[in-house]
Design a protein around this ligand. Sequence first.
Ligand code: ADP
Ligand code: MG
Length: 255
Amino acid sequence: MTPTPYVVAEALYKSYGQVEVLTGVDLEVNAGEVVCIIGPSGSGKSTFLRCVNHLEQVNGGRLQVGGEYVGYRQNGRKLHELSPRETARRREDIGMVFQQFNLFPHMTVLQNIIEAPVRVRRIPRHEAVATARDLLAKVGLADREDAYPRQLSGGQAQRIAIARALAMKPKLMLFDEPTSALDPELVGEVLAVMKQLALDGMTMIVVTHELGFAREVADKVVFMDGGVIVESGKPHQVLGNPQTERCRSFLEKVL
Ligand code: ADP
Ligand code: MG
């Protein structure tokens, strides 16, 4: 079976004014694949995820998600740009989980999870509640639907954030350092949920410094530095036998 590319970046370029952040990123993520992105702070990892999630305008090159262009520019000329309405529609298919969980503090766990399906997808409330309960069971928090975010541990809050993203039935999940803000003893429970999601066949791009997770779960590991992909390949290649000094010295610092 030939793999179907779900995300395709070609010579992707992104700058903020004079600050060049992505200077030619080429990356393919196939449907059902897990790609882990590693790299030093400031290398453009979050910016890349934001481009994929249609939160940033692409300044050059091409970016396709789900077989459709997000942005396409050549020689500074716009060849394709989405309307705000189209952007909003496409974003419904993409779930994103951040370092800070960003749950709505004044809503219960259940309300947090059904909010977008009911308001954005217009799913009947009872259906949204049923789905939310399934998801709560999946992330191991079936008994916390009436809790408020402040009553949760960081690990529980992040698992709820994952359930909330999944409630929109996304085709692609983006994770931006999802365990970096957690106490070490809570990291495992979040990674376990992500691993199960990967086994279920979700297409995922995960920015993480959890090299054990990358080694075990990723189909491909990408090392970014200075706005470009410096190395990419199977986990055992990039993590076990890096070809560049930049990647080697980064891995030494993380380990
Ligand atoms: P990473 O996630 O790898 O740490 P980021 O994508 O957050 O890197 O940032 C890459 C670079 O882009 C940094 O130098 C950062 O200061 C810059 N940057 C990010 N967002 C903005 C912005 N909105 N305006 C200006 N510069 C930005
Ligand atoms: Mg970042």
